[in-house]
Design a binder for this molecule. Structure first.
Ligand SMILES: Nc1ncnc2c1ncn2[C@@H]1O[C@H](COP(=O)(O)OP(=O)(O)O)[C@@H](O)[C@H]1O
Ligand SMILES: [Mg+2]
Length: 273
């Protein structure tokens, strides 16, 4: 067999190793570079997200727009480059949290470099790295999260479907640890913490991406999907609109007007006061 002169050349090996080290050093400061090496060329909004320093990120993005993908890359970047980070992945069910975790694992495996922290412990639901970072997938139930402290990054996927009690129990936890939070979802009616934070929350970096903003979602496919699931679902799932629940007797905006001090009550107008 012919010897492979190139791969045995010590100068070339050193040059290659140095190039990899330089690249990894650049990735430390720019998660977009890490995403690219893991096989994803982020959309512009995904780049903005990866480069954001905001402590609170809220993504109201269409189904299939790539919100779970980019959030899992963001979480992986934190785990690799910020040692001792505790990262929790939550969603309405353990199965969905596990899916997000699997994306993160796939990207970690795709990076395959000896210069990165190694996985010292790995299962279908958690990964621990040699730099002390931990990533844990959990079901979105208040009881499961109560035992954790010092959370550096908390991700709530499909947040509009997660119970408010969970959110109420994690807020103080983050205040103590100074950690980051990312809520990602499509809307699910004008209710719950996801709707509340999106419309009135303070200190959030908001990202809204409809299906037509996403280069990978085909217009004809979208039209067929609308015919199948109906306009109400379609507007929420693909157009990011918070709509009334189908069975509500009163319109949400009317209720809000009735209790808001800044809005003139309708009843007084009608009786001429
Ligand atoms: N920037 C990107 N380039 C190529 N494919 C992408 C990109 N972002 C996401 N995807 C792909 O799009 C699909 C939907 O992504 P996902 O993150 O599951 O969407 P969402 O969570 O918004 O429903 C997946 O197959 C994912 O690999
Ligand atoms: Mg998703």
């Amino acid at each position: 067999m012919k010897p492979n002169y190139l791969s045995n050349n010590p100068l070339l090996i050193t040059a290659t190793n140095n190039a990899i080290k330089r690249r990894i050093e650049s990735e430390r400061h720019d998660a977009v570079l890490m995403a690219e090496r893991a096989g994803i060329v982020p959309d512009l909004w995904q780049c903005d997200l990866l480069r954001s320093n905001a402590k609170q990120l809220i993504l109201n993005c269409s189904r299939q727009s790539g919100k779970s993908t980019i959030t899992s890359i963001l979480a992986l970047h934190q785990a690799i480059y910020k040692p001792d980070s505790l990262i929790l992945l939550l969603s309405p069910s353990l199965r969905q949290s596990q899916e997000l975790f699997r994306k993160l694992q796939d990207f970690y495996n795709a990076l395959e470099s000896s210069s990165l922290p190694t996985a010292t412990e790995e299962s279908a639901l958690r990964m621990e790295l040699s730099n002390g970072s931990r990533i844990i997938a959990l079901p979105g139930k208040e009881a499961t999260i109560r035992g954790f402290s010092g959370v550096a990054l908390l991700i709530i996927d499909e947040a509009s479907r997660v119970e408010d009690s969970l959110y109420q129990s994690v807020r103080p936890m983050l205040a103590v640890s100074g950690g980051r939070i990312i809520l990602l979802s499509t809307p699910f009616g004008k209710r719950g913490f996801f709707h509340q934070e999106w419309t009135n929350g303070i200190g959030w970096q908001r990202t809204k991406i409809t299906a037509s903003d996403c280069p990978r979602i085909d217009k004809e496919w979208l039209d067929r999907e609308r015919a199948m699931i109906g306009d109400w679902w379609h507007r929420q799932e693909y157009n990011c609109e918070f709509l009334e629940t189908t069975d509500s007797v009163f319109n949400f905006n009317d209720i809000e007007k009735a209790i808001s001090k800044s809005v003139e009550p309708l009843i007084f107008k009608e009786i001429g006061l």
